[in-house]
Structures are given as C-alpha cells and as structure tokens.
Design a protein around this ligand. Structure first.
Ligand code: 26W
Length: 813
C-alpha cells in the first residue's frame, strides 16, 4: 500500500493537515485514527471494485453467508495487516511520535454479535477473502450492538452500545440499491387465464432496506469482498405522504421510529429463544432484503433460472435466517413466475444450513399466528412446504404417523425453524465432530435417517491472521524466524515447530514472549482495574458468554476451595494463580447474573485477604469483547474449556487460546475432543464426565446431586458457603439461588459430579507449571498443532463440499 515508511509519513501528514487543519503535534488520537482509516479506506476502494469486476468477468460462483450476527471487532489493524502495510505504518507512526495500538483504540469495536456464532461469521469472511473466494456476508446494521457491560456493586449493568455515534469509517451507504420489504396486510389471489394463481399484497406495511457495505480485505489483498448490512428506514412513499401519516398515526416521528426499530438493536441473548415479534421482523427483513438484492443481480446476468444454483450459494448461520427458504420460493414464484417444482429445486440446491447448538431452549420456533399475521404469504408457502413434505413421508412409510409428527415443520401450533431449514436445504452441518455425531444420532436422528446424504461435519476454525499475526506479533515473528514465511498461507506448517521440542533456547524464547505478553496485560489490568497481578503467576483464563453449561460456577467453586485450603493451612505449597474472567450474561438470565456477582465477591475477598492475596488473585474484566480478547489471549497460560460434556457445540475460544500457546483444561466436549486428538494426552488436561455419560444420566435420571453433596466433605464445604454464613455470603441470601441450583434442583450441569476431577486436574496444573521446561514444551505442542484450526481450512471444506465452489478458488492462481 505504501512503498516506504517515508512515503507513508508524508502522505499521512498531508492528509492530516488537509482534513483537520492540524499538525501532527496538534492532532488528537481520534484525529489521527480518523485520517489513517480514511487513507486505508481510500486505498481499498480500487481493489474492491477490481475484485467485483474480476468475479463478474470470470463468472465465479458467489456465496452469500446470511447471519443475524457479525462480530467483527476493530478493522484498522487487521486491514493494514492483510494489505501488507502494517509494518510500514507502525514504524512510520512511531517516527511521528504516535503508536498504532493507541490509534486503534479510537475505533469502535463492531460488536454486532453475541459470541461464538457471530465471531465465527467474522472469521469466515476473513478466510473467504484471503482465499480469493467470492464470499460475502449479509447481515443487519444494528444501531446498537451488544450492550456495554458495567459492574455496579459486583452486579452486571447493561448500557446501550452507540457504536455508530462518531460515524463509522469502514461503511459505505449504497442508496441506489435500496429495496422495500413488506410486512402484514392481506393476500389477494387472482387467477390468470391459464388458471394459475397470482398473489399480491394489500394493505401491507412497507419498510425501506438500505444497504451499507463494509470491505472485507483478504490476505495480501487477494480479494476485497463485501459485508453488506441492511438498515431499516421509511419508504420514499412514506416520506412523501408525511402529512397523511401524521394524521393517521398522530405523529410522523413515531411512525418513523416504529419502522426503524427493526434494525435498532441486537438481541443480547445467545441461548434463549424469546419468541419476540420484533426478532421475527428482523429475521425476515434480513432475508427478504438480502435475497431480493441477490436475485436482482442474478437477473442482470441474463442467465436461465436453471443456472441459479451454479452461480449462487445461500448459507444460513443457524436457523435465524431460515425464512430464506419460503422467501426464495415467494420471489421465484410470485415475482418471477416460476412453478413450484422449479422454484423448489432451485431453493433446495442453493440453500445450506449450519446448526450451532443442541440446547433445546435455543431452538427457534414461532407460533403459527405470529407468522401468519406478520408474513401472510410466507406462512402460506411454509404450509405448502410442510404439506408436501409430510405427504412424501407418508409415501415413503405409509401409516407411520409418529414419524410424521416428529418431523413435521408445523406442529402444535408452532413453526419449527430447524425442520424448515433441513427440509429446504441440500446440506446440514454441525460445527465439531462430536456435535455432528450428536445431531445425527440424537437431536436430528429421524432427519438423518430420512436424508443421510444431507448431513456433514465442518469443524469450526479461527482466522490465524487476527488471532495470531495481529494479536500476538512477537509469537508470529518467532514462528516465521524459525520455520519461514510459508506457514502464514499454510498454517499446518506450524507443525515444523515440533522439531524444537527439545531445544532449550527456543523454549526459553517462547517463555519470554509469553512473559512479556503477561506483563503487558498485567500493566493494563493495573491501569484499568486498579488490581495488581503477578506476571509470574499462572494466568488462568475463562472467557466466553456466561451460561450454566459453560460452568463458570465450577471455576468459582474451585477458587473458593483453594481459598479454604489456604486459610486452613497458610503454609501449603501452591503455585500463585491469577484467575481472569470475561463474560456477559443475557440481561434476563438471572442465574448467570448471580454467578457474575459471586465471582466479583470472591475477587473482593481473596484479593484482599492477607493470607491469600499473594497466592490467588481474581479479576473479572468488564465488557468482554473482541478487542479485549485480543489482549487477554496472548497472555494466557491455562484455557478453561469446562462445559458439561455434550453441551458446547464446538467452541472457538479454545482454538484461539491454543494457537497462542495456552494449555487447555477441558472436558471432552465440542472441539476440545479434536484439540486433544491433535496435541495428544501430554499437552492437555482433561477431566469430567464424557458426553455419553452425561446424556445417559439425562436419559435415566440416575444422577443424584444431593448424594454428591452429602457424601463429600470438600464439596459440602464450598456449597455451604453459598448458603450459610461465609466470607462470601456474609450471611445474606444473595447466593441462595446458586445453592438451590446445585443441591435442591439436582445440578443440571453436573458441577458437583465433576468437581473432584476438576480439582485434581487443577492440582496437576499447579504442579506442572513449576516445571518450566515441561510447561513450555506443552505450550509449543499446542502452537505447533493449532494450524489445523485455521478457518482457512474450514472454509476450504465448506467451499468444496457444501458450496461446490471448487475450481472457483483463487483469483491469482
Ligand atoms: C435465538 C437465540 C439464540 C441466538 C444465538 C440462540 C442460539 C444462538 C447461537 C446458536 C449460539 C451460539 O453462538 N452458539 C455457538 O456457536 C459457536 C460457533 O459455531 C460454537 O463454537 C459454540 O460452541 C456455540 O455455543
């Protein structure tokens, strides 16, 4: 992008002056960020256009990744990295008395997602562009992303995230491509002279969908793809009829707000389907705007409809965009005049679906009445899909009502979005091997039996560019100096590091990098949280959404246990530890909020107690986000991946931490199983029930938490500290619900059952960490084997096996 540091400095100073009228000395960090991001954006535009033209010219297949969430994080550093300009800019800024990491802090962290599913979408976009694949994101431009988290008296408080307040450097509004989306009203059918029915809307409410495009820069600028986010606005007609609307609705502003509400905020719940009508509106708005736009572009190519799925793949990220199935049918039939059979073939062969969870409370269903009134034509089509599907089941197996009842899309007055997604697509995948097996053999067993060829596994991945090259540049540099540059394009080559397993000097270097990252984090924590932590202690990290099944409470109980041990016996030999947490709880998730309060309370107690404060420290970092993760992960020693086996579909934090040399402490769940397979028994700590054991307990109901509690003195001691007077409860009832969840309500997530094996594994960690050489060797094993989890490979598999893009791969070769 800039041929030399000098060229960059000159251009930067010139731009700064013309845009702000200030000199380098006078400019604020925000000024400097603003100018730099504009420069980068300006240089991207050309490449962006060229990419689109080259896709067109080559007739490449385009994949559209529909997702309600894209957790992009900050883009400046990452764009510079992928443009190959990071070093020049970094050094140039230093010459000018500025530093890039500080400028980066001025960028809003685009938090348009809850957690795993949204961040996966962002990693996938990075990999698509980096492989030169024509893959684009389709999402919503929420004016408020994931809430900002604050702690008040140890409790979580949610503040709105006005991330667009100061403008957003990376978006381009595409007024000319605005489209209208219809809600409600009635359907009128008219029969034509051939006896075919035609459907039109009457009295529907129309909303204008305006796209905002964000460039997605691939590695070496191989491609600049697009993340297109749709924003809801009043239609032009509404604007013109302002006066009448004012009369009808009382005031125009209210009406405008009502329409704009559709993209006003992201639902902050990643595990509980609330069934809110606004959420359904968002889902349809995304799907309808996205699809109308794609179909229009396809029509511009002047190709027959039968080629549609050769040119276009439509992927749905969980069931949230499942209405893509009836909406594509609607467009093809009602707008384009195709017959059912032809439209159905096109729909099924273009749509594919990823499932991200087996938690029953997260599976989307919508009451028939809600869909019928909000989306009358879509409902008619869903009914018809359901009828034809049930009919085909009957033909396969006449008389098996039970099977039909289980598989039907509409049942008990609800539309099951997972069923709609499976029936309407040609591919269904889980996100880790174990998860896919659970889908095939349990959750979706009957569908698997009906359509075995549709099911496949695509283990998640993470982009090594953001999570290693950008987040941990010193480790990346060490890898490059050791094995050469090629690993950046072929991350599996990191395996070559294995030959340094016995190399003391290399292991020392690894150690120093980790130490340095830990010192940086410690400084930052001291500055931001006022807590001083010891960089020589074990940094034990639990970062992810707060949820019962992710078992932050188990971690907390273990810390209470350590506290008890130390208090009882201050002389015991214990490797100092810093427990670091980062987690947001869904605003209505009462239990999760109590766990936050508990951890904050534990922090208060142990960080101040003279007996424990030099051995255990607890830090709960506020407002966990992508940018915070980038600070914590490179400094981590122990990666807590302790979900109840069978519950975590995959996990992706586990991969990021491994890639940065942390050792996993995990259950055999999600992708932990595959991490274990990669690194072998000696570089991971596993504990706890297996998924079969958990599932069989659920099945038989044979688990008795009270028995665990009564039969084990150590368990009873910590659990009682939640209920009775203790340094944590201080005699009040704050943590009684947590006690009841564990004892009275039979411990749904098996914390007590796994407690002892967890404590033992933690003990082993304490012991092993003291053996610096052994620990560094384990760390090396993790880094070396992490290449397999680069999302570049995951995306290659999606492209070849689901989207049929093989041969459509690289732009430049
Ligand atoms: C409708 C409410 C709702 C919203 C989001 C329910 C469920 C979700 C997501 C499916 C939850 C999610 O993010 N799942 C996570 O997806 C990751 C990427 O595949 C996995 O790594 C995690 O294991 C899984 O929990």
């Amino acid at each position: 992008m800039f041929s030399s540091k000098e060229e960059f400095k000159e251009a930067f100073a010139k731009n700064l002056e013309s845009e702000t009228g200030k000199t380098i000395e006078q400019a604020t960090e925000q000024d400097a960020y603003h100018v730099l991001s504009q420069m980068v954006r300006g240089r991207l535009v050309q490449k962006w256009k060229e990419t689109e033209q080259s896709y067109q010219a080559a007739g490449k297949k385009q994949v559209y990744y529909f997702s309600m969430e894209f957790l992009m994080g900050r883009l400046l550093g990452n764009n510079l990295l992928n443009m190959g300009a990071l070093n020049v800019v970094e050094e140039g800024l230093i010459d000018l008395g500025l530093t890039l990491p500080i400028l980066e802090e001025s960028e809003a962290d685009a938090g348009l997602g809850n957690g795993g599913l949204g961040r996966l979408a962002a990693c996938f976009l990075d990999s698509l562009a980096s492989l030169g694949l024509a893959g684009h994101g389709v999402g919503l431009r929420y004016r408020n992303g994931m809430f900002t988290q604050r702690f008040v008296n140890g409790y979580q408080v949610e503040l709105p995230d006005h991330w667009l307040e100061d403008g957003y450097a990376w978006e381009v509004r595409r007024e000319e491509e605005a489209i209208e989306v219809s809600f409600g009203g009635e359907i009128e059918s008219v029969e034509d002279k051939n006896g075919d029915l035609h459907f039109t809307y009457k009295n529907s409410q129309r909303v204008r969908a305006v796209p905002y495009d964000i460039p997605v820069v691939g590695d070496q600028e191989k491609a600049v793809n697009t993340l297109r986010l749709w924003s809801a606005e009043p239609t032009e007609e509404d604007l013109l009829a302002k006066a009448q609307i004012e009369q009808a609705y009382g005031n125009y502003i209210g009406h405008q707000r009502h329409l704009e509400e559709i993209t006003s905020f992201l639902y902050p719940d990643d595990s509980n389907e609330e069934g809110k009508k606004l959420r359904l509106k968002q889902e349809y708005f995304l799907v309808s705007a996205g699809l109308q736009n794609i179909v229009q572009k396809y029509k511009d190519l002047d190709l027959p409809w039968s080629d549609f799925s050769k040119r276009i793949a439509l992927h749905i990220n969980d069931t949230h965009p499942a209405l893509i199935v009836p909406e594509l049918m609607r467009i093809l039939m009602d707008v384009e005049g195709l017959g059912w059979e032809e439209a159905w073939t096109i729909t099924q062969s273009s749509v594919s679906y990823t499932n991200h969870t087996t938690l029953s409370e997260a599976l989307e269903t919508w009451p028939v009445e809600v869909i019928r009134t909000l989306l009358p034509r879509i409902f008619m089509i869903i009914e018809e899909i359901n009828e034809r599907f049930c009919q085909s089941l009957w033909e396969q197996d006449p008389g098996d009502f039970d099977r039909i009842a289980k598989l039907a899309i509409i049942a008990d007055g609800n539309v099951k979005m997972a069923h709609l997604s499976i029936v309407g697509s040609h591919s269904v995948n889980g996100v880790a091997r174990l998860h896919t097996e659970i889908l095939k053999n349990r959750e979706m067993k009957h569908f698997y039996e009906a359509f075995p060829e549709r099911f496949n596994n695509k283990t998640n991945g993470i982009t090594h560019r953001r999570w290693l090259l950008h987040a941990n540049p010193s480790l990346a540099e060490l890898i490059t100096n050791t094995v050469g540059e090629e690993w950046k394009r072929e991350p599996r080559l990191m395996k070559q590091l294995l030959s340094y397993r016995e190399d003391g000097a290399f292991l020392d270097e690894l150690h120093h990098i980790k130490q340095h990252n830990k010192e940086n984090l410690a400084q930052w924590i001291e500055k931001d949280h006022g807590i001083s932590i010891d960089p020589n202690s074990i940094f034990d990290v639990h970062i992810k959404r707060l949820h019962g099944y992710k078992r932050q409470l188990l971690n907390a109980l273990h810390i209470m246990h350590l506290y008890n041990e130390l208090k009882a016996n201050p002389g015991i030999d214990m490797t100092p530890r810093t427990f670091i947490f980062g987690a947001k709880a869904a605003p209505g998730y009462y239990f999760a909020k109590k766990v936050i309060k508990l951890i904050n309370t534990i922090a208060e107690v142990v960080n101040q107690d003279p007996v424990t404060k030099d051995t255990i420290k607890v830090v709960f970092m506020e407002d966990y986000s992508v940018s915070l993760a980038e600070k914590i992960i490179p400094a981590t020693n122990v990666s807590e991946q302790i979900s109840t086996a069978s519950k975590e579909a995959s996990g992706t934090g586990n991969m990021k931490l491994m890639m940065n040399g942390a050792i996993t402490l995990g259950t055999m769940d999600g992708a932990n199983v595959e991490i274990h397979e990669e690194v072998g028994n000696d570089a991971i700590y596993t504990f706890g029930l297996s998924s079969e054991e958990v599932l069989s307990y659920y099945h038989t109901g044979a688990y008795d938490a009270k028995e665990m509690y009564e039969g084990d003195q150590r368990i009873r001691r910590v659990v009682d500290q939640l209920f009775h007077y203790s340094p944590f409860s201080k005699g009040d009832t704050t943590f009684h619900e947590l006690y009841h969840a564990l004892v009275t309500n039979n411990d749904e997530y098996f914390l007590l059952k796994d407690f002892n094996s967890y404590v033992e594994a933690q003990k082993e960690i304490s012991h092993d960490y003291a053996n610096r050489r052994k620990w560094n060797e384990m760390s090396l094993m993790n880094i070396a084997h992490s290449g397999r989890f680069s999302s570049d490979y995951t995306i290659e598999n999606y492209a070849n096996e689901i989207w049929n893009m093989s041969g459509a791969k690289l732009l430049n070769g």
